[in-house]
Design a protein around this ligand. Sequence first.
Ligand code: ADP
Ligand code: MG
Length: 288
Amino acid sequence: ATPTSVMVGTGRAAEMGVLFRKGAALQALAGVTTVAFDKTGTLTEGHPAVTEVALAPGVTRDEALRLAAALESRSEHPIARAILNAAPVPAPEAEGVEALPGFGLRGRVEGAEILVGAARLMDQHAIAPGDLAGPAARIAASGATPVHVARDGRAIAVLALADPVRPTARAAIATLHEMGVRTALITGDTEATARAVAAELGIDRVTAGVLPGGKVAALDELRADGPLAFVGDGLNDAPALAAADIGIAIGTGTDVAIEAADVVLMAGDPQGVAEALNLSRRTMRNIR
Ligand code: ADP
Ligand code: MG
C-alpha cells in the first residue's frame, strides 16, 4: 500500500464522517468477510421505552412499576431510564441493590426481596414465570425485550421494553450483503428477541444471550469464516471492539470505545459501515 493512496482514502472517508484511526485499518477492512453488529444502540436507537406491562393475578400495574423503578433508580442501564419514565409516582427507597451484569438487579423494597431482569435471572432463583410465560414469549417474538419482575420468589410482572431499529439499519445490512459480506448479530438479549430483530433487518446469523464478558468468545466463533469486523456503540463493547480484526465504534460512542476502535462512524448511521468498506476496497484496488 502506498502511503499516498491511504492518505487520500482516509481523507475522503473523513469527509463522509468515517474516521480511520490508523492507516492500516483502511487496508485491513477491505479483506473483511463478516461484519458482526451489537444490537442495542448500534442497530437500534438504544433508547427503549416500556410499551406493555403484563401482570400476574392480583398485581396492579402501578405496584409492579414502582417496585421495578425502586431498583432501576440505582442503575445506569438504558432499560433503567425507560422504567423510571414509565413509573407513575416517585419510586420508594430500595436497599442493598446489586447490579448483576447481563442478568439485571436484585434488592429489597419495603421489606420484600425484588428481582428485575432477564429470564435467566429468574431461572437462577428458580422462579417460574407461571401465567406470565405466554406474555413474555409474545413480547420477545415481537422484537422487544421482556423484563421480568419478581417479589419474594414469585413472578409478578413482565414489562415489554421496545427499542426501535435505526431507520437505515435494514438498508445498511442489504448493502453489505450486496457487497458479498456476511452479517451477524451479537447481543445479551434473549434468543427470541434477537431472532425477531435479525429477521426484521435481514441479518444472517444470531448469537444471543451473551454475557458482557462473552462477546469476545462469540467473535472468535464467527472469525472461523474469515477476517471479521465488529460494530458497537461502546456500552460494554470495548473488549469486543479491540478483539475484532477491525473494531468499528458507532455514533457518539464512549471515549473507551473510541480508544478501542480502529474506525469511528461519527454520524451514528450503520450505513457508514458499507461506505467505509467501499472506500477501503477502492483504495486497495488503486494501489495494485
Ligand atoms: P446488551 O447486549 O443489550 O447490552 P446487557 O448485557 O446489558 O445486554 O443485558 C442483557 C439483559 O440483562 C438485558 O436484555 C436485560 O434483560 C437484563 N438486564 C441487564 N441490566 C438490566 C437492568 N438494569 N434492568 C433490567 N434488566 C436488565
Ligand atoms: Mg450496546
